[in-house]
Ligand binder design. Structure first.
Ligand code: RB5
Length: 149
């Protein structure tokens, strides 16, 4: 599994924590910034990374900003992206099992590094359940195809 990860300046520290976690888990990843010497605009990082996941260049993506909200809103504009904004481990597991989320967003200003690491660990290791959930996710894909071609 290959992960694309990015953050804005508000998520810089947590991005480093999650990269460290992926090193420990032997998960391959590529870091798409930001360098964050000044404040940056989260769509400039969320959108290209979401496109890399949607195209299949990366299997999944992780985005971090201050709240996780701007990153998740932006990523979900890209066709084929199901980005889940998650701040608890129950949702981390459920969104993989039920929604087959292919991107995870978190907010560094919302949760501490310990919880964020656990959320990422659960999200990275949980499989989609398929079955009745496949049908529901397919309805989202069908809508995207109808609206965006
Ligand atoms: C940056 O100040 C902040 O707005 C951003 O990190 C994020 O929280 C946006 O949703």
């Amino acid at each position: 599994m290959k992960i694309a990860i990015a953050s804005d300046h508000g998520g810089l520290n947590l991005r480093e924590e999650i990269k460290q976690l992926m090193d420990e888990m032997n998960i391959q990843y590529e870091d798409f910034g930001c360098e964050c010497e000044t404040s940056v605009d989260y769509p400039d990082y969320a959108l290209p990374v979401a496109e890399k996941v949607a195209s299949g260049e990366f299997d999944r993506g992780i985005l971090i900003c201050g709240t996780g909200i701007g990153m998740s809103i932006s990523a979900n504009k890209v066709k084929g992206i199901r980005c889940a904004l998650v701040h608890d481990t129950f949702s981390a597991k459920a969104t993989r099992e039920h929604n087959n989320s292919n991107m995870l967003a978190m907010g560094e200003r919302v949760i501490g590094p310990g919880l964020a690491r656990e959320i990422a660990r659960v999200w990275l290791t949980t499989e989609f359940e398929g079955g009745r959930h496949e049908n529901r996710v397919s309805k989202i894909t069908a809508f995207e195809n109808k609206v965006q071609g």
